[in-house]
Design a protein around this ligand. Structure first.
Ligand SMILES: [Cu+2]
Length: 218
């Protein structure tokens, strides 16, 4: 089952993307069915000559309980399956227990992102992470609500003042870069509230974090 598969494999870009595509396919099929049925009924029951008289003659329309129950049964079954899959996917929200995660603080403000590294460094607009390691971001804001999103990794969470929201990911490929964006309209500078994420190997990361100067956080 998809749910069991999801619960045992760490989410990577591939899984998120395949889920996104799956939802697109399901959404398109549902849309085609619903809209076709709607158009069919609009045409079939369009107003015609003598319509009012016919309705008056028939008297009050009777409810077709068989149809109602059939629709209810189909809808409930679909929702039940979706609900099961949702509960199966809950472990995805929690980082894998066996991992040795790297915790980085993220502070959003109008209009930039500051990253607080474990050694106390605070760097604006520069998120550098080692490839293949679980990274946990603890995200907050000093002013309005922002939303932290890594384009291409398909992860995002709101940045709210007064609380920390976290997300986790593993970046699979050393040498690649990603663009971080705010995706909650937060003022005139919103569109330019970006940062760069660079993925390096663990040794390069260790050397880099030492070279940043270890400026203690303020
Ligand atoms: Cu914004």
């Amino acid at each position: 089952m998809l749910g069991v598969y999801l619960a045992t494999v760490p989410p990577t870009v591939g899984i998120w993307s395949s889920l996104f595509n799956l939802y697109n396919v399901f959404g398109a099929i549902a849309a085609i069915l619903v809209i076709s049925y709607l158009v069919y009924n609009v045409v079939k029951y369009r107003r015609r000559e003598g319509h009012d008289e016919a309705v008056e003659e028939r008297g009050e329309e009777k409810v077709n309980w068989r149809k109602v129950l059939f629709t209810l049964a189909i809808t409930s079954s679909v929702l039940f399956v979706v609900e099961l899959q949702t509960f199966n996917s809950v472990p995805l929200i929690v980082p894998p227990q066996s991992s040795d995660p790297l915790n980085i603080g993220v502070v959003g403000h109008q209009w930039s992102w500051t990253f607080v590294y474990p050694n106390g460094d605070r760097l604006v607009g520069n998120l550098t992470v080692p490839a293949g390691r679980v990274v946990i971001l603890n995200i907050t804001s000093t002013d309005v609500t922002h939303s932290f999103a890594i384009t291409g990794l398909d992860v995002a969470v709101d940045a709210n003042a007064g609380r920390y929201n976290s997300l986790w990911f593993t970046a699979p490929d050393a040498g690649s870069t990603y663009t971080i964006r705010c995706k909650e309209l937060c003022g005139v500078g919103h569109a330019f509230m970006t940062a760069k994420m660079t993925v390096v190997d663990q040794a390069t990361f260790n050397a880099w974090i030492q070279s940043t100067g270890g400026k203690p956080g303020s």
